[in-house]
Design a protein around this ligand. Sequence first.
Ligand SMILES: [Zn+2]
Length: 65
Amino acid sequence: MSGEPDCKEVSRLLSEGLDKTMTPPQRARLRRHLVVCQTCRDVDAQLAFLRRAMQSLSRRDPGRK
Ligand SMILES: [Zn+2]
């Protein structure tokens, strides 16, 4: 990823969770894109919501041993 990422790149990075493995400068570019791009903010919010939902589901798992 060089230069400013476009929406396609940003949504791919977010959906694959690659923002966790990015270098600080890369992450800064991604965050900067999110600041100006409502579409990708929506993607980010949806993914965050899904991850939280999945986490609470697995926590609520009735502990099969
Ligand atoms: Zn975008």
